[in-house]
Design a protein around this ligand. Structure first.
Ligand code: AHR
Length: 620
């Protein structure tokens, strides 16, 4: 195959071309949000049930129960954990939390642990509670002592540092709070809002798990789509509401998320903005737009409060604190400067409710554009189906398909009219090999070389069409291997490790090597086996050529460049057997390998079977 490259760029690479799609789908709580205690504040549970105690256990016969507290720690957190120490008990007694399917204990870390306590009825008790990190078998790795006083009948916050002496391999550990039963027998004590934080990414308070955040950051993403996805709202009552996710943690009620578990909302709107700031990303932020996954669309005369809530959400992010109360709230929380924001998405996958989107889009886009003329609003129905007013200038397209579909659709956007409409490929992934039931049997557990190179072939098409495709993100982003709702995902993790997939490396190769301008070249054969994309980076004087070979045999290629290039350069190759995956049992089965390569104005390259390669050299 001969590829002739044109020296005149056809278009500039859009600023946000590669980024990440995020929603809490077993990825926020117990994932990127570094809080280690599950069910830390008994949010949204039914008091006096065993279910309300999930992730908690009793130690040495202590009575524990989640109560509807007549004097709760806050109105947002109405439930407390009530500990009752039986008469006649002896030894160390109390309760533990098993974390999010484990707790990593690292002797290099200092953990911040805290909780609130009160005695429901004043007592003469004065004694110590031991806060500890210990193995499931009871080996103590770190502990600290605090005094609890029986006359404390209003909530009092207790905070300690825990510094483990060992780094056990196992994450089957517990956070425990215990008392000396002989001293405390007969006492009843209430606890609320526990927390255990390890060090966080860039040291941010209430921040991110370092290893997961670092993996995301190393993809060099330009945007972060938040907060969904489906997690925008399963029902009207449980929809994501920005204002319930900001401010002190004790003022956040949490919500039943759309993926079958309770969201703490500790990773709230401000934390999302800090995440973007700390990773040099721009948010692509969604607003709830009057439709929930249960099928309910609000009527047109009921939308005003939700348009106002969306307006307030946007003002919280970009408003002027001197004139807007929600921008002032942001300033009071420590960030007077507005965050960068260009794109706001109105809803998610509203092709499921396209009839009502006709009026919902009209009112949301119309009012929000009037309030924020500097922003660009993204529609979420199928492009031009139905016809919307005002005419959307941006659409979000989603596709979950087979690797074969992605290869066949490497030219998907080539035929789109250049009519001033721009596209966000907001979700895409090769998820199955079963062409007749993509979401059913045959679903991949982890991305494979076959699925990832299918995506890569498609991505060469995204680059060729990045005059109209302004952003693209694989989805979903993160998967807790101990408890997941969707497969495959870009990055898997457990309580102590991160497992970047083959698709992660494809995303990283494309993102890190994206170039500033697209150079047209010989167009690949429709439904062929070789795909490519050529860009150059004018500031770094580099040419960046991505080559995807989806065939089972290697393919000789000749590239004819329009300019002289340095002879020294590199080839970074991701390749392997089609079924190969990175997983917890094979974490580094497939990683990109960079080798030196000799270039010239006209050079040969043999694309290995089942491979994605980035060729880079300097132009002179
Ligand atoms: O990425 C998983 C889900 O797929 C998203 O929540 C939704 O937008 C899509 O249907």
């Amino acid at each position: 195959t001969v590829v002739t490259v044109n020296g005149s760029a056809s278009h500039i690479t859009p600023r946000l071309l590669y980024g990440q799609m995020f929603e809490d789908i077993n990825s926020g709580d117990g994932g990127i949000y570094a809080e280690m205690l599950q069910n830390r504040a008994f949010q949204q549970v039914t008091p006096n049930t065993t279910a309300a105690l999930y992730a908690w256990n009793t130690i040495n016969g202590a009575g524990i129960n989640v109560i509807a507290d007549p004097s709760p720690v806050s109105s947002a957190l109405p439930n407390s954990l009530q500990l009752t120490i039986p008469e006649g008990a002896s030894g160390s007694i109390g309760f533990g939390n098993e974390g999010y399917y484990g707790i990593q204990i690292n002797s290099g870390w200092t953990y911040n642990a805290s909780f609130y306590y009160k005695f429901p009825v004043t007592s003469s008790f004065e004694g110590a509670a031991t806060i500890a990190l210990q193995s499931a078998e009871g080996q103590v790795y770190a502990s600290a002592s605090v005094s609890l006083i029986g006359s404390q009948t209003t909530w009092n916050k207790v905070a300690v540092h825990l510094k483990p002496t060992l780094s056990p391999m196992s994450t089957a550990n517990n956070f425990t709070v215990t008392l000396n039963a002989a001293e405390a027998a007969g006492e009843t004590i209430d606890f609320a809002m526990f927390s255990l934080f390890p060090p966080t990414f860039k040291g941010r308070a209430n921040g991110l798990r370092i290893d997961i955040a670092t993996t995301l950051y190393e993809m060099k993403p330009s945007f972060f789509r938040l907060p969904g996805g489906n997690n925008l709202g399963g029902t009207w009552a449980t929809r994501w509401q920005w204002n319930a996710t900001v401010g002190p943690l004790v003022d956040r009620p949490g919500r039943m998320g759309d993926w079958g578990y309770i969201n703490t909302d500790g990773l709230g709107l401000l934390e999302y903005m800090y995440l973007c700031e700390d990773m040099e990303m721009e948010p692509i932020m969604a607003v709830w737009a009057g439709y929930s996954l249960d099928g309910e669309s609000l009527p047109d005369d009921a939308l005003d409060p939700y348009i106002q809530q969306a307006t307030d959400q946007i003002n919280f992010v970009i408003g002027d604190p001197t004139v807007n109360e929600y921008a002032a709230l942001r300033a009071s929380l420590g960030h007077p400067e507005p965050f960068p924001l260009t794109y706001v998405e109105i809803g998610n996958e509203d092709f499921f409710a396209s009839d009502s989107y006709i009026y919902r889009w009209k009112y949301f886009a119309g009012n929000l554009t009037a309030a924020f003329p500097q922003l660009r609003f993204i529609a979420t129905t199928y492009p031009f189906d139905p016809i919307l007013d005002p005419v959307p200038l941006q659409y979000d397209n989603h596709v979950y398909q087979t690797p074969g579909w992605f290869i066949e659709n490497a030219f998907y956007y080539d035929s789109f009219e250049r009519n001033g409409t721009y596209y966000f490929q907001g979700e895409y992934a090769a998820i199955s090999l079963n062409v007749s039931d993509v979401f059913g049997d045959g679903r991949l557990m982890y991305p494979t070389i076959e699925s990832s190179i299918g995506e890569a072939a498609y991505m060469t098409g995204l680059e060729r069409n990045s005059d109209i495709v302004f952003a693209a993100s694989y989805a979903p982003l993160l998967m807790n291997v101990a408890n997941y709702q969707w497969t495959p995902n870009l990055i898997a993790f457990d309580a102590s490790e991160v497992y970047p997939s083959t698709s992660y490396y494809v995303q990283q190769l494309f993102s890190v090597n994206r170039g500033t301008e697209y150079l047209p070249s010989t167009v690949p054969t429709y439904n062929g086996t070789l795909y490519w994309s050529v860009t150059h980076d004018s500031s770094a004087s580099t040419v960046l050529i991505k080559v995807v070979n989806v065939d089972s045999t290697s393919a000789p290629m000749t590239f004819n460049l329009p300019f002289e290039v340095a002879s020294a350069g590199f080839a970074t190759v991701l390749t392997g057997p089609p079924t190969a995956s990175n997983s917890p049992t094979t974490p580094n089965a497939i990683v990109p390998i960079t080798s030196p390569m000799t270039f010239s104005k006209s050079f040969n390259f043999t694309a290995p079977a089942y491979s994605v390669t980035v060729l880079t050299t300097q132009f002179v």
